[in-house]
Design a binder for this molecule. Structure first.
Ligand code: PLP
Length: 459
């Protein structure tokens, strides 16, 4: 083990490395130029039999790892939906690792357990949930949706967690839009519903689920002897940021006695803003919600959150003992989710939410949405470039008239400065810019627009 008296020194050294990285985060390339081969050559070693001084590893970390890491927090990172981790969130994560709690039960992290209950309460409050609601912090949206669907299955078919769903006479069907995230397919597969039972419903011109089509499919499936079980609303599709009409979906779910889950891994963060709250109208009627603190709440990875309108459903699906649900019994997170030993994702979320307050977070989310709107308006004015949709949240897809090859060469051309991703929206190859970074300035957006314009006029 490390000699304790030098631990301070290591910690100081490491904190210098982090400070320097954070200070220069927006300077230079976002994605390092390293190839896979380069990285293997630089990093692969044989299994170490003898140990060495930790300072050597810190040096190696500084020399080899840091320069070959993607600067997710850079102001010019406009790709995917990995938001820039906030500095308060980073402090919170460092603090969390420093005391390394495992709050699967109270004694494994008394303070961490209570902070998690508080964060779940705060999140529930933001979404309009009442006191019977509950939830748990998980690794991200994928596990959040998996956890929610496990709870939904037990609520819909009591005893199915015990007996499985091998022998049911009417197979259960699940509905979501064609634009749903791949994590939903995974969850449906893992839980034994079968991906074939996940019905991907047509979307309208705004990439929202087409409600008439949904109802037609449900009616048709009932006629075929299937049992419609759950609707998964999209609250911020990962490609275009489209938010389904949650209010209308909740009516459909009610009419057919189905569970409504909202995948708000990304767009759930829009609840922070007044405008966002309006497009998420009805979300408080959902039976469960996925929302990622590590997306639009600017908490460093990993931090996902699953909320359920009635926490008994989580308990019934994940309890480890035989005790029946008791709303007054203290919460042990072992009985509310999939993991046993688990890190506290609450401590860093608490750091971030308390440091900025909802007012500040909502300003950032609003300014991200404004930026996306501005960017889209300017894109529409450029000859040779086509906007694919009006932004609903903070993602904007567009393409060069010449198509895929030109899109790709533009992405390569700008990679020295900006990092955007390519995407495929309804069969069209396009470029996707996602403004979910608190460091991005309007001058940088103008610079990007200028580059798009120059590139379009070159050909
Ligand atoms: C990111 C995302 C997910 C998956 O969440 P992870 O945190 O990456 O596991 C699911 N759905 C949507 C809409 C997302 O944007």
């Amino acid at each position: 083990m490390l000699k304790l008296e030098r631990f301070d020194e290591y910690l100081d050294q490491l904190s210098d490395v982090i400070k320097e990285y954070q200070r220069d985060i927006s300077v230079g390339r976002v994605v390092p130029k390293a190839s896979r081969n380069d990285m293997e050559e630089l990093l692969f070693e044989t299994l170490p039999m003898e140990g060495c001084d930790a300072m050597n590893i810190i040096d190696e970390f500084k020399e080899k790892v840091v320069p070959n890491s993607t600067k997710v927090g850079s102001s010019k990172f406009l790709s995917w939906i990995i938001t820039s981790p906030s500095q308060a969130g980073i402090l919170g994560e460092i603090a969390n690792v420093g005391i390394s709690q495992a709050p699967f039960n109270f004694k494994a992290g008394p303070a961490a357990t209570i902070i998690e209950e508080m964060i779940i309460g705060w999140m529930g409050q933001l979404f309009g949930y009442k006191k019977e609601s509950g939830g748990i912090l998980v690794s991200g949206g994928s596990v959040s949706t998996l956890t929610a669907l496990g709870a939904a299955r037990e609520a819909f078919l009591p005893g199915s967690t015990e007996n499985g769903i091998q022998n049911i006479s009417n197979p259960l069907t699940i509905y979501t839009s064609k634009k749903a995230h791949s994590s939903i397919d995974k969850a449906v597969g893992v839980l034994g519903f079968g991906k074939n039972m996940l019905k991907k419903v047509k979307v309208d011109e705004f990439f929202k689920i087409d409600i008439d089509n949904l109802e037609k499919e449900i009616e048709n499936d009932i006629k075929q002897g299937l049992k419609p079980f759950c609707i998964i609303a999209q609250a911020g599709t990962s490609l275009s940021g489209a938010i389904d009409d949650i209010d209308a979906l909740s009516d459909v779910a009610k009419k057919y006695g189905m569970w409504l889950h909202v995948d708000g891994a990304y767009g759930g963060g829009a609840i922070l803003s007044k405008r966002g709250g309006e497009i998420l109208k009805g979300i408080e009627k959902a039976d469960s919600i996925s929302v990622d603190p590590h997306k639009w709440f600017f908490v460093p990875t990993e931090a996902g959150c699953v909320l359920v309108k009635d926490k008994r459903h989580l308990y019934n699906a994940y309890r480890t003992g035989v005790t029946e649900f008791d709303e007054n019994a203290p919460i042990n997170y072992l009985d509310y989710g999939i993991q046993s030993t688990r890190t506290s994702r609450a401590i860093k979320t608490w750091f971030a939410m308390k440091t900025y307050g909802i007012k500040k977070l909502s300003q950032v989310v609003d300014s991200n949405m404004d930026m996306a709107t501005y960017f889209a308006e300017e894109i529409e004015k450029i000859d040779g470039v086509r906007l694919l949709h009006k932004p609903q949240t903070s993602a904007v897809c567009f393409l060069f008239d010449e198509g895929a090859t030109m899109n790709e060469s533009f992405l390569i051309e700008i990679e020295e400065e900006f990092f955007l991703s390519s995407a495929n929206l309804m069969g069209e190859h396009c470029i996707r810019a996602c403004f979910s970074n608190y460091r991005t300035s309007i001058e940088e957006v103008d610079l990007l627009l200028y580059k798009i314009k120059s590139f379009a006029s070159m050909e």
